[in-house]
Design a protein. Structure first.
Ligand SMILES: [Zn+2]
Length: 265
């Protein structure tokens, strides 16, 4: 029997936030992290593509950190197998992930973050003319097609983008920070094979440990793009078991890249 599925309509919710207690704000400790800027994060609008395993970890981190606006896109619905690792509850079953995540995170927000839940994938949102202007875009999906699409879309818009993925065996993951200067590489500079392999792991055996690691690096990447918290890498690959060496690199642009090579735009 096929489970029911409800897509729902886009929602906009403001987190209540946490008032200062005895003169101390909820973000007081993170505000003294070197390079971090609460003002920069509070003024940022982030577009997050994917509300599932990694997307939920990223969104949870950004909302707790006090991001200003978070636009979440996902067409998928919650099923019972998601509940071991994604930011959903039994009440969310068969409902749209983007809408449920926006609602659930509104309860976590320490600042008055405005959350948008858009029940569609990125390509659909573009066709329907949704406002995707943002300070940073994040692509946290389970297949390469929207990664490539998002990389090109946001690069063309001049928006820095963080792209991530984890392997089917839940051992390896990567995070790529795509900058916007002419010298910065695009996703295809770093992973040229991605166009032909089009890896798709919609039923990846997800387990929360690797999702927290990937989500943490992505949230760090977003903060590094927005504030003076330094990232000395634009590509990071990790292995939970340690069976593969970690890769921490600052890739240059590939001048023969099929997408951005030789272009100075
Ligand atoms: Zn390129």
């Amino acid at each position: 029997m096929k489970p029911p599925s409800f897509s729902g309509r886009p929602v906009k919710i403001r987190a209540k936030g946490i008032k200062a207690e005895y003169g101390m704000t909820a973000t007081a400790r993170q505000e003294i992290v070197p390079g971090f800027s609460q003002k920069a994060l509070g003024g940022a609008r982030i577009v997050l593509v994917g509300a599932g395993g990694i997307g939920g970890q990223i969104a949870g981190a950004l909302v707790r950190e006090g991001v200003g606006k978070l636009v979440i896109l996902d067409r998928d619905t919650v099923d019972v197998t998601n509940l071991s690792r994604q930011e959903f509850f039994k009440k969310d079953l068969y409902k749209n992930k983007a809408i449920c995540l926006a609602k659930n995170l509104a309860l976590l927000g320490v600042a008055k973050t405005i959350l948008y839940g858009i029940p569609m994938h990125l390509q659909e949102a573009v066709v329907k003319g949704y406002d995707l202007r943002c300070s940073v875009a994040v692509i946290a999906v389970d297949n390469d097609e929207p990664r490539v699409f998002g990389s090109r879309l946001f690069r063309d818009k001049g928006i820095p983008t963080v792209i991530t993925g984890v392997s089917t065996d839940a051992d390896r993951g990567y995070v790529f920070i795509q900058g916007i200067s002419p010298e910065d590489p695009c996703l295809l500079c770093v992973m040229p094979e991605i166009v032909t392999t089009n890896e798709r792991n919609p039923c990846a055996p997800g387990i929360i440990d690797i999702l927290k690691v990937a989500g943490g690096y992505v949230a760090f990447g977003v903060v590094a793009l927005l504030t003076n918290r330094k990232a000395f890498w634009n590509y990071r690959q990790f292995s939970m078991s340690g069976c593969l060496p970690e890769v921490i690199k600052r890739y240059p642009k590939n001048e023969s890249c099929l997408f951005c090579g030789g272009r100075n735009d």
